[in-house]
Design a protein around this ligand. Structure first.
Ligand SMILES: NC(=O)c1ccc[n+]([C@@H]2O[C@H](COP(=O)([O-])OP(=O)(O)OC[C@H]3O[C@@H](n4cnc5c(N)ncnc54)[C@H](OP(=O)(O)O)[C@@H]3O)[C@@H](O)[C@H]2O)c1
Length: 291
């Protein structure tokens, strides 16, 4: 199932596959696609203040007709105006989303809070909005080890998730980060999972994905493609995936991954090996690859 729960370190869980309202939907009205995604079977929705379309995410949730309790909704803190608190900012998001709480609230990027000690202070405010019930869980996005260490020092609640660009072409450079997260029980949530298909085409992973997709398609009547293989590769690694589309037809394609057989250890190793030959990172170019 695409809503297979992945356990988080605060006792909650998150559906494995999420539908995002950034990238192709960034700054656009996402209502129709959000409602279509929920109707197709996706219960995990990923929004952000920076996408400037939280109202349409909220409208899509309403239009879907799905009870709030059956949905998992994320939003992310972009930045704070002078004098504005994290609580003020989250309340403004909740108003736009027409929700009483979100399931997950993330610091979108650490570089928005560069002054010494600021990240730690922001994280304390995140702990407070969680305690108040305005969000069920708190986490981060685009963090590297240095920034994770900064907020973990003195934290009473560790982040549940770090949402980062993740696909075979960043595997090698983010190895240390993933190991650090594993030590602290911080789940990786990926975006950019389909990058090898259209942001970094023609690379060493391509033939491996095609071979694996063919093998999977021979197991039954369902046809699998390279995109499915990339999603399955993440699933095998226990990574929560956020993807998106501007096409309703693509939703059925994403959902079809739910019943796919698992990849073999040889296939996972072959994708890892091919991915490690290249380094391609599309997003957050201002962030270091390591530490
Ligand atoms: N935290 C952050 O800083 C951050 C940054 C980026 C994204 N995100 C979140 O993650 C979400 C997804 O990000 P993403 O767009 O990078 O995800 P992605 O899964 O890498 O890319 C999604 C795109 O892949 C295309 N696609 C899917 N299957 C394909 C196939 N078989 N062949 C060719 N193209 C295919 C789709 O195109 P069509 O539209 O044509 O179907 C879609 O637009 C965003 O909406 C946002 O919520 C977060």
């Amino acid at each position: 199932m695409v809503d297979t729960p992945i356990k988080l370190n605060d006792g909650t869980s998150i559906p494995w596959l999420g539908f995002g309202t950034g990238t192709i939907l960034y700054g656009k009205n996402a209502e129709l696609m959000v409602a279509a995604a929920v109707r197709a079977g996706i219960t995990h929705l990923d929004g952000a203040q920076a996408y400037t379309n939280e109202e349409s995410l909220g409208a899509g949730i309403t239009a879907s007709g799905k009870p709030r309790s059956e949905l998992y909704v994320t939003t992310k803190l972009h930045q704070l105006d002078a004098g504005e608190t994290v609580r003020d900012s989250l309340l403004a998001s909740l108003k736009k989303l027409k929700l009483d709480y979100v399931d997950l609230f993330l610091i979108h990027t650490p570089t928005a809070f560069k002054e010494p000690g600021r990240l730690k202070e922001i994280w304390k405010q995140f702990e407070a909005v969680k305690a108040e019930g305005l969000t069920k869980s708190i986490g981060v996005s685009n963090f590297r080890i240095t920034q994770l260490k900064e907020i973990l020092d003195g934290a009473t609640v560790p982040p549940v998730i770090n949402q980062i660009e993740y696909h075979p072409y960043v595997l090698k450079d983010l190895k240390a980060l993933r190991e650090f997260q594993a030590q602290h029980g911080i789940v990786t949530e990926s975006y950019g999972a389909q990058s090898p298909l259209f942001r970094a085409k023609g690379g060493p992973v391509d033939p491996v994905l095609t071979r694996v997709a063919q093998r999977l398609s021979e197991t039954g009547s369902q046809q699998y493609n390279e995109g499915h293989v990339l999603l399955l590769w993440q699933r095998e690694k226990g990574i929560v995936v956020v993807t998106t589309t501007a096409k309703e037809s693509r939703l059925a394609d994403y959902i079809a991954v739910a019943n796919a057989p698992p990849l073999t250890q040889e296939e996972i190793a072959a994708i890892d090996e091919a991915g490690s030959q290249w380094h391609r990172r599309h997003f957050t170019a201002f962030m270091p690859d390591t530490d």
